[in-house]
Design a protein around this ligand. Structure first.
Ligand SMILES: [Mg+2]
Length: 209
C-alpha cells in the first residue's frame, strides 16, 4: 500500500554500491600502486591517477581480479532503505550515468544483492528515453525534474548541485574524498544510509496520505 504519494530517486555507483573501492583496486592492480580511497580526491579518474581514457576503460573491463559491475560490494544500509520504501512510495527511480550496455549486468546486480525495484525505473546515461543534452549533470537534473522526483541521493557534488538547483529538491550527498567543495543550499551532506533515511523521513512527512 502506498503511504507516500511521491517519487524518490537514487544514483547507483557509490550510492548503492562501493564503486570507488573497486576502481582503486583496479588502479592498484594495473599500476602496482597502493592507493586508498583517501587518494581518490578528483572524481575524474584519468586526472586523479594520471591515466588515459583507454587505461580507465581497461580497468573497468577487469578491475583487478574482479568484474564490473557484478563484483561491486553493496553500500551498507542501502538495500534496507530502498527495500523498506519499495511499495511505500509511488515509485523509486535509479538514475545512473552508466552506459545502457550495462543494463543486463546492472539488473543482475540488483537481483543478486536482494534489492526490490522495478526494472523499468532504472535509467541509463542519466535519462529515461532519448538523450537530449550532452552534459551528465544536466541530463540527470532534467530527468529528475521531469519525473517529479522529490528527493535524490548522490555521491557526485556536480550532479547533486545541478539536481538540487534545477529540480529544486533536497539532495543527500554521501561524502567521499572526491566530493568536497561548495554545495547548493539544498544539498545535505551525509556519511551513511542511516543519515539518508533520517533525511528521507523528514522530507516525506508532508506527503503522507
Ligand atoms: Mg555515482
Amino acid at each position: 500500500m502506498t503511504v507516500y504519494d511521491v517519487r524518490i530517486g537514487y544514483d547507483i555507483d557509490d550510492v548503492l554500491t562501493r564503486t570507488s573501492e573497486l576502481v582503486i583496486e583496479g588502479v592498484n592492480f594495473k599500476l602496482g600502486t597502493d592507493y586508498t580511497l583517501d587518494d581518490f580526491v578528483n572524481p575524474v579518474i584519468e586526472d586523479c591517477f594520471g591515466l588515459t581514457t583507454e587505461e580507465v576503460n581497461e580497468i573497468f573491463s577487469k578491475p583487478g581480479n574482479k568484474r564490473f559491475p557484478d563484483d561491486l560490494a553493496p553500500f551498507e544500509g542501502a538495500k534496507d532503505v530502498v527495500n523498506s520504501y519499495h511499495g511505500l512510495v509511488d515509485s523509486q527511480y535509479f538514475i545512473t550515468a552508466r552506459d545502457p550496455s550495462f543494463r543486463e549486468a546492472t539488473i543482475r546486480w540488483f537481483d543478486d544483492n536482494g534489492f526490490l525495484y522495478d526494472p523499468r525505473n532504472i535509467s541509463f546515461k542519466g535519462v529515461v528515453g532519448e538523450f537530449s543534452l550532452d552534459n551528465t549533470a544536466e541530463r540527470k537534473a532534467q530527468t529528475v525534474k521531469d519525473l517529479g522526483i522529490v528527493f535524490f541521493v548522490e555521491d557526485s557534488l556536480t550532479n547533486a548541485n545541478a539536481i538540487s538547483e534545477h529540480a529544486d529538491i533536497p539532495v543527500c550527498l554521501l561524502e567521499y574524498p572526491s566530493n568536497k567543495g561548495a554545495r547548493h543550499s539544498n544539498v545535505v551532506p551525509v556519511k551513511s544510509w542511516v543519515e539518508v533515511e533520517r533525511e528521507l523521513l523528514r522530507v516525506l512527512e508532508p506527503f503522507k496520505k
